[in-house]
Design a protein around this ligand. Sequence first.
Ligand SMILES: O=C(O)CCC(=O)C(=O)O
Length: 225
Amino acid sequence: MVEQAEQLELNLELPEPNKQLPQSFLGEKREKEEVWIEEAPGLLYIKNYITADEHGALLAHVDNELWLDDLKRRVQHYGFKYNYRARKVDMSMRVGELPEWLKNLSKKLHQDKYMPEAADQVIVNEYLPGQGISAHIDCEPCFKDTIISLSLGSGCIMNFTNKLDKTQKIPVWLEPRSLVVLRGEARYGWLHSIAARKWDEWEGERRDRNRRVSLTFRKVIINKV
Ligand SMILES: O=C(O)CCC(=O)C(=O)O
């Protein structure tokens, strides 16, 4: 199913060094396109969610911040630091409010009805050509149902594999400026992964990868004990 929808403006402030760059920041129109991937109920791909200028501003914000390099790929954690080894998040891992540039996006995802609540945790992943992420389901007791990832920089294939029947696989091409929304069965019943390789084959052609940066939005579940 493909449909067009009404858009809200994002109003991202640029970090200081790039403040003078995009003049057309608020002017550019988006041509958003939604595609439900029917084989995995709850899997929604949205092409052109942000404009090229917003894309540039978000990358500038990311590159203005510090990276953590304790994994094979570099990451940034906002809102709460996630403990990959323990698969855990709690109030002791709170690192504060989301910065304004992420809060705006988090609000917009909620206003656009892609997330039932505004996200309070974001992980930024950087993938250089040859880097990927192994097949996983996001921690169920840590994060609520809907998980959204925004792609910046390079495109790549994200693979979805059915948890109960690993022969069922769905490759989805993620364009820069696109969103992938995982909810319901797609969030809990399908693993997602990105192969660690330098190029993908898509629609019969070789597509070389460049640096990809993703922003993944989640709502933390806080257990009161
Ligand atoms: O890079 C992405 O789009 C997904 C990231 C992801 O799956 C994760 O951080 O758990």
